[in-house]
Design a protein around this ligand. Sequence first.
Ligand code: BMA
Length: 379
Amino acid sequence: MFLFRKCLITLSFCSISFALFAQSIDRKATPETKSLYHSLHLLLNKGIMLGHQDDMAYGLNPDSSSWKYVPGRSDIKSVTGDYPAVFGWEMGGIETGAKNNLDGVSFDSIRSYIEQIYNMEGIITISWHQRNPVTGGSAWDSTGDVVKEILHKGHYHKIYEEHLDKLAAFIKTLKGKNGESIPLIFRPFHEINGNWFWWGKGKCTDNEVKELWHFTVHYLRDKKHLHNLLYAYCTDRFWSDSAYLERYPGNKWVDILGWDIYQAYNTGTNQQFIHGVDTMLTMLDNISSIRNKIPALTEFGYNGLPEKNWWTDVFLKALQGHRISYALAWRNAGCENGKCQFYVPFKGQVSAPDFEKLYLSGKMLFLKNIKPYDIYGRK
Ligand code: BMA
């Protein structure tokens, strides 16, 4: 009652109190994971953290050729002098026992980057473009009624379990200096309402994908005893609360509520992008705060960043006035045959000065900004 009255009086007291009482879905979460969870809640009041996929592994040179595996290098750092606050890594390929992930980054290097990031107080999130367990094809191959087959406890269910075993075995190797498991934000079955992955819409029913989610969390948490994971639910664009929640597995199964959006297709112009992000964030603010979950923009980007003031004129405008935990830019894959894929500027890129302006504005949080918060409670 006291808390309720206080909540009416001051919003920030309320969110801080909620943060202190909030618990992740894993009651046996390790102390560092609990601490990360509380830090994410508390940091919501400090600003939006900038994230980047594969930040330390590769990027682009000023002439648009690529660099790879250069210790200490990062495109974000080359422009701002600082690392992002959140680092994304991709697990696709772990399920086959491959040495490298589907984007050619070795799991050994991913392990050492993750350890380095944890030691620097950065935040780590993993995605998984898991191969189709029925056909062995890519995550984009949806032939074979995959989710139904997995749920049927037959041959393909076993294969799916083997995939999870391999993922779990890798996660178990991620350790801090005292042997503790490194906390990760795990974002399985991402873009769950899109129709391009085998777990997507039109490839299985809402109930099937929810059941698959429940099974997956149960297996990793309760059978493989992984207690260092926070779970992020993630859709593609959505235009109503009910569309966002259509495939939502439930409050007991999710810690972070996110979505992915690119400046492309029906959010292709600056105005459409600003309007889309603003509209979806308004809905997400509401959906997550009534559930006391952490909202996030789990992937975003404007491929090739052709506009010089995009960061401050479009991106910041779109986020303005909203509370989200982090926004993760997708990977700087590079250029091949004149076609490029990159989502943050590198030295010499046309939007680099504007990105530096964003950095200097203090309107987003980078690694140096979050370091003082003792994210994992180790001090
Ligand atoms: C996609 C693209 C692909 C990549 C995949 C997994 O969005 O970046 O090039 O293979 O993500 O990281």
